[in-house]
Ligand binder design. Sequence first.
Ligand SMILES: Nc1ncnc2c1ncn2[C@@H]1O[C@H](COP(=O)(O)OP(=O)(O)OP(=O)(O)O)[C@@H](O)[C@H]1O
Ligand SMILES: [Mg+2]
Length: 260
Amino acid sequence: MPTSSADSVRLTSVSVDFPLGKSTGSGSTVAALVDIDVTIGVGERVALLGASGAGKSTMLDVIAGLVAPTSGEVEILGSPISALDTRALREHRARVGVVRQAHGLPGQLRVIHNVNGGRLGFWSTWRSLTSLIRPHGRADVAEALERVGLPGIADRRTDELSGGQQQRVAVARALIQDPDLILADEPVSAVDPTLSDDVLSLLAEPTPQHRTLVVSLHDPELARRHVDRVIGLRDGRLAFDVKTADLSDVQLDRLYRSAD
Ligand SMILES: Nc1ncnc2c1ncn2[C@@H]1O[C@H](COP(=O)(O)OP(=O)(O)OP(=O)(O)O)[C@@H](O)[C@H]1O
Ligand SMILES: [Mg+2]
């Protein structure tokens, strides 16, 4: 458990409205998140659950600083994101590992470069560029790939891998970064059931610096097995925020039942 009382993530009255029908200029919006208050402590492992469109990816993108809230305040690792200058934001990003839903890996690159992408925040521009010619840190990359069950694929082109394999490359990239906070958006949606447990164990494993994990999942049973706390989102609003042990089948049933 965390030794520090600091928060890893704090959302205060966060709302996100996305403009709809930009091309038609209709001016209407969709409320992807509505007045969300969530505080996540250092070292906590938290799953976001909710039906498709509930706001899970939006919430992770807001925490990652990729989507600015329409209103409200976002603090990550003790700093309000909106107050960071470019340099501080870069240093900050190096401490946050992101596994996006569409894994976000440049497909034409070899796997080794994509995994090394997790370290770019710590490398000089020169080191990053020379690594594209002669990759640095081969042994670390090989180890990270082995941990996600993909030994010996460092030199394969990323877009020649299956969807589930690419997801695991994205996880290897986040692990090699050794961040203080991992934000993972459905990191195992295309991975076999047994492997899904292995990958989530890696993401959720305790680390010396008490890494925090926020992960969105479609399968509540995976959440039950791997995280301490579950947050349910329904139509952009908090439906529940409970310890995993207290999550009831009734709460889950309500979460996924379509509004009627
Ligand atoms: N860039 C965007 N522009 C307009 N609307 C968006 C955009 N991104 C998300 N939305 C809308 O915001 C709402 C929340 O979407 P979000 O992607 O966060 O849901 P989700 O819970 O991650 O769903 P899924 O399980 O399908 O990944 C949805 O109504 C979606 O249509
Ligand atoms: Mg999503």
